[in-house]
Design a binder for this molecule. Structure first.
Ligand code: PLP
Length: 558
């Protein structure tokens, strides 16, 4: 019988003083690491560190044998027939880039590359680059792959799909891919298994793909190492795209010949310590499979959906975007009315880690008319009590903060408004009030009330006004008022997050109506530090402020 608490006891992070209350529900981004993986990494550096494949001394031999031993373990874990079908990469992203570049020589102008609209950017952007270079066409199937058969034609050269959506956790199953493989044996079929491995046993020998990529850090392994499986005969069709030491057979000044796969794809020194950690991780996860880990995870995701379904009955403006069936551990909610970024902030304040945003799947969200999704992703160290605490915190957010967080200042849309109608919107703010506010609770309330001063401005919601690098959406526009003496700058903003609006207001009240010279004289580092916000704000939220500042510098420097 699987015991989540016993499982959790393997993960030292949860027992550090600062993490004792942490509820970690961002496992689709990365999982925590068990002691055995940490030990294997430390042990490598303490007693086995040498460079693999390069020298014959004892430590080099030991590093080489770890590398090859983990290659064999990885092959067994994924069901590959030979260890030389396993290439070590730095992660799924590098694996997909190697495949896109490596297969580009197989493509002609009229060929088609089939992807789904649900792909992670890592399985989209490299193909866009290849399509541009080769003239091949990208063809898209819908997010649950239902129309895949109708999109396959004699022109289809490559199919590259994720087995599980990183936003909605839907496992597409491998039968569909097996059928394609059987019907179109020449197509290069690539599976992005980043969210699949560790959540269900994988057997590539089952003939459902030619290539498969994954990132062990998503299944208790270290960051810095990834796996690319390629069927032996298909690896021979893959061009080498990374060059350097150890991938060669011989080198002359003008020509080189390359080593056999997989070595020709592993230029340079591999992440050997991480690979040692991966070896430990595979042993760990296989033993947990045997203990019933997957069945427990299924129950947990069922319970999470049950509780969320009841919750959204009380708050119908929230939508549950995920289903329990075939779900490998993700629940996602969205709302057109409430800010998911603010909700994420609230959960973080209560030490519940989730992820909010577009999850590197912008086309998927756009196709569904969504801008931001709050994703809860579980792992077997999560308990039913963790789910209860999350739901309680959601109720608290909406009940206690409903008034504050979910309404914006009234806006009077006339249909032909412009940013200049709002240029004085922040003029009444006195930031000195904030400087004298001591407790975080009071600062938080003040940020919310400042945020409410910033009116909703749908006319600003355009890509050209969007500030990149901010967790929530933040739009900004500058209005210059020229007089004989000088030019005064007024910045007008909007955001889907009241907190971000409040933070932006605190920044903009210092600069609005001022000249470039005046703004340049403000010591913003000192200002931020006087506001006392850094220690409360996440890196990404704080970097949103920095991005805003960068925008201001650019605007006044023009
Ligand atoms: N593909 C999917 C489906 C993912 O979820 C992720 C990461 O979240 C990636 C690819 C990229 O993985 P990595 O950043 O580890 O390379």
């Amino acid at each position: 019988m699987f015991d989540p608490l016993q499982f959790k006891s393997n993960f030292p992070l949860f027992f550090q003083q600062e993490n004792k209350a942490l509820i970690y529900l961002d496992n689709a981004a990365t999982t925590q690491k068990p002691q055995c993986v940490i030990d294997a990494i430390v042990d490598f550096y303490i007693s086995k560190n040498g460079n693999a494949n390069r020298a014959s001394h004892r430590l080099a031999r030991s590093a080489t044998s770890i590398l090859e031993d983990v290659r064999q373990k990885s092959a067994n874990f994924l069901g590959a027939s030979h260890k030389d079908e396993i290439i070590f990469t730095s992660g799924a992203t590098e694996g997909l880039n190697l495949l896109a570049k490596g297969l580009s020589r197989q493509l002609d102008k009229d060929d088609e590359i089939l992807l789904s609209v649900a792909e992670h950017h890592a399985n989209l952007v490299p193909w866009q680059a290849v399509a541009k270079k080769t003239g091949a066409k990208l063809v898209f199937i819908n997010n649950n792959l239902e129309d895949i058969d109708s999109k396959l034609t004699h022109k289809t050269k490559i199919v590259s799909c994720s087995a599980v959506s990183n936003v909605f956790g839907q496992f597409n199953g491998v039968d569909r891919f097996k059928r394609i493989k059987k019907k179109y044996p020449d197509i290069f079929l690539i599976i992005d298994a980043s969210q699949m491995v560790g959540k269900t046993p994988v057997n590539v020998n089952d003939n459902f793909c030619d290539f498969l990529v994954c990132s062990p850090h998503k299944f208790y392994g270290p960051t810095g190492v990834g796996l690319l499986y390629g069927r032996r005969d298909r690896l021979r069709c893959l061009n080498v795209s990374k060059f350097g030491g150890e991938m060669i057979e011989s080198v002359d000044l003008f020509e080189s010949s390359y080593a056999e796969p997989p070595y020709c794809f592993e230029a340079g020194t591999s992440s050997l310590a991480a690979i040692a950690g991966l070896g430990a991780c595979i042993g760990f996860i296989e033993s947990q499979f045997e203990k019933g880990m997957l069945a427990y995870e299924k129950k947990l995701i069922g319970y999470l959906h049950e509780r969320l379904s009841v919750f959204i009955n009380d708050f119908p403006e929230i939508s549950l975007q995920t289903k329990v069936k075939d779900n490998i551990g993700i629940a996602a909610i969205s709302s057109n009315r409430y800010s998911m970024a603010d909700l994420g902030f609230w959960l973080d304040e209560h030490d519940i880690a989730v992820r909010v945003g577009d999850h590197c799947a912008q086309p998927l969200l756009k196709s569904l008319g969504l801008t931001s999704v709050l994703r809860v992703s579980v792992a077997p160290y999560n308990t039913f009590e963790d789910v209860d605490a999350l739901i309680q915190c959601l109720y608290d957010f909406f009940k206690k903060n409903n008034e504050n967080l979910c309404t914006t200042a009234p806006f009077f849309l006339t249909g032909d408004e412009s940013a200049s109608d709002y240029k004085d919107e922040l003029s009444a703010i006195n930031y000195h009030d904030f400087l004298t506010t001591k407790s975080w609770a009071n600062k938080y309330t003040k940020i919310l009330s400042l945020g409410k001063l910033v009116a909703k401005k749908p006319f600003l919601h355009k890509d050209r006004y969007l500030v990149s690098g901010c967790e929530a959406s933040l739009w900004i526009h500058v209005i210059e008022e020229r007089s004989q003496k000088e030019t005064a700058f007024n910045f007008v903003v909007d955001s889907d997050s009241i907190i971000v609006k409040g933070l932006a207001a605190l920044l903009l009240c210092r600069v609005n109506g001022k000249s470039a010279e005046h703004i340049k004289g403000i010591d913003f580092d000192a200002y931020f530090s006087d506001l006392g916000l850094e220690k409360y704000l996440s890196e990404s939220r704080f970097s949103g402020m920095q991005s805003l500042l960068k925008y201001i510098w650019l605007a006044i420097d023009k």
